[in-house]
Design a protein around this ligand. Structure first.
Ligand SMILES: [Zn+2]
Ligand SMILES: [Zn+2]
Length: 257
């Protein structure tokens, strides 16, 4: 006779878990962390999972002496450690508030042992280059859940380097363009808040590479062409195109510091 017992129903007939008040071993914590990270990965990728089922499986395998409630609490500890690291955590496990710093440190160390590199891209940053790298890395993945974001982003101040620019050079280049992009010949996309056609001035040899602030190194571009100079995969070819198209430009050699 087939004595199939539904796995969830079988739970009801099991002997109650032996109450274990002893501190969790590293192996036990690691089991909980691994289960947590699997759920987090699923959540971030938009895959379905069941917290209750994972809890049940842990009690049926690696954590036979722990109760459902104490496993839930550990999961909240893990959320607290991830929250501390500014990494994403499972929304269903609110970070436990009453977690001691020793426990948190241990959790962080064990989390690192379990491999949390895949969460690095989610850590907020104020550095725009790092931000761009993280965004690219995340765009390559399937983002299943809509991120919560930050309602009060932290403000940081940083030292920026600027160049003293000649207003007449900029005005002359814009005037010479006659409201038309020198890259693609399209008309300025809109009228700027100064009432004049909106174009941006770009230094073909960047000032940061010791390019000159002169009319022979500056072009008036629509925002699309300007972005293309800085951010496109074909920016080197586009630069050559500008040199070929605009007779006034003089090629400058980049110089190092
Ligand atoms: Zn253009
Ligand atoms: Zn530019």
């Amino acid at each position: 006779m087939n004595c199939f017992v539904h796995p969830v129903m079988s739970d009801l007939f099991q002997a109650p878990a032996v109450l274990n008040n002893s501190p969790w071993t590293d192996d036990e914590l690691t089991s909980a962390i691994q289960a947590y990270l699997n759920m987090l990965r699923a959540e971030l990728n938009g895959q379905a999972y069941s917290k209750a089922e994972v809890n049940r499986q842990l009690r049926a395998s690696q954590l036979p002496t722990r109760t459902k409630g104490s496993i839930e609490f550990r999961m909240q500890n893990i959320s607290a450690a991830l929250y501390e690291l500014k990494m994403p955590w499972i929304a269903g496990y609110l970070p436990a508030k009453n977690i001691g710093s020793t426990v948190k440190e241990k959790m962080v160390a064990l989390l690192r042992d379990c491999g949390i590199d895949f969460l690095e891209s989610y850590i907020p940053t104020s550095d725009h280059v790092t931000l761009a790298t993280k965004v690219t890395s995340l765009r390559m993945q399937t983002l299943g859940t809509r991120p919560i974001g930050n309602f009060q982003p932290t403000m940081v101040s940083s030292i920026t380097t600027s160049y003293v620019r000649d207003p007449a050079v900029k005005a002359w280049v814009l005037q010479a363009a006659k409201g038309q992009c020198e890259g693609c010949d399209s008309p300025a996309p809109f009228v700027g808040n100064d009432g004049l056609p909106y174009l941006e001035v770009h230094h073909v040899m960047p000032l940061a590479s010791h390019g000159s602030d002169t009319t022979t190194n500056a072009v008036a571009l629509c925002p699309n062409c300007h972005r293309r100079c800085h951010s496109s995969i074909d920016r080197d070819n586009f630069k050559l195109h500008l040199y070929q198209k605009i007779p006034r430009l003089i090629i400058e050699a980049p110089t190092a510091d």
